[in-house]
Design a binder for this molecule. Sequence first.
Ligand SMILES: Nc1ncnc2c1ncn2[C@@H]1O[C@H](COP(=O)(O)OP(=O)(O)O)[C@@H](O)[C@H]1O
Ligand SMILES: [Mg+2]
Length: 325
Amino acid sequence: MKKKIALIAGGDSGEYSISIRSAAMVFAEIDSEKYEVFVVEIKGKDWFYKHPDLGIIQIDKNDFSLRLGTEKIVFDGIFNMIHGSPGENGKLQGYFDMLGLPYTSSNAITSALTFNKAYCNHIVRSTGVAVSKSIHLFKQHPCDLNVLLQKISLPIFVKPNQGGSSVGMSKVSKKEDLQAALEKAFAEDSEILIEEYIKGRELTCGAFEYRGEILRFPVTEIISKKEFFDYEAKYTENMASEVTPAAISEDTKQKVHETISKLYRVLNCKGVVRFDFILNEENLWFLEVNTIPGMSSASIVPQQIKAMGYSLRAFYSMILEETIR
Ligand SMILES: Nc1ncnc2c1ncn2[C@@H]1O[C@H](COP(=O)(O)OP(=O)(O)O)[C@@H](O)[C@H]1O
Ligand SMILES: [Mg+2]
């Protein structure tokens, strides 16, 4: 019997369309001999499957089942491809835990913590990994710009505290640009994170625990044609080059891999996650961890999986094997 999998996509964030693209890639590559896959779109309270003949069918939220005519589909597992809320921040994880439905990503607390960049930074810093100096601001507690600039030095990054794909993010080098950057970030989230800019090379690397062992992927260097790896550089062809494996020394690669193994364990990650870093002479700086990294054809993780010598098909089966036991 084929296992029935709900491949969930969509979500309520600015990364909606990226999620749809990631899910399309997973759907195209997943082993259809082993798995029967249903793409379930989740958008606000609208949770649905598009049947080729029957049209749009809503999911029964009592047990996340699907009724196709007289047949009731009960899923064996969830392939989570929702970037941002509610798939990457623990909300759906809590719901699936209550139903006892296994899913491919980290649990509710890990997802909520890692999606909150400011709180995640505190934990990561406490393990001895270098993290940029930062300030966490809340919309309901306005802050004087002069006071702010006494605590942190320009240039800085202003970002929504809970976001992705560089949406709402700015690099600020002049005090005059700070107000607009704060407003842009606050338009995306009620909390923002201001971080000191770290000059260096940008590295990113995925990891996946398989049969008790953490597989570390080849390291990728991101060379953006924009000032940083912004939304345009991420999703427009030729706006960034992604070099896998990165041209780095064996020592640096070891350092990235050791850091990843430590953080994967400390944060209690599950499934495929991707860590972003900046490397300079001083240190390897942690930027963030993505617990639902992009899987579209333009994304980094599929490139790293292929560079390791795996087919996506084999790898997605490994992910589902870990999920459904
Ligand atoms: N403190 C920083 N110093 C230098 N570059 C940064 C810093 N923070 C973010 N960036 C740049 O912005 C990009 C997006 O930031 P990141 O924190 O990874 O957010 P997102 O979740 O949107 O990917 C990074 O890939 C990097 O290019
Ligand atoms: Mg990032």
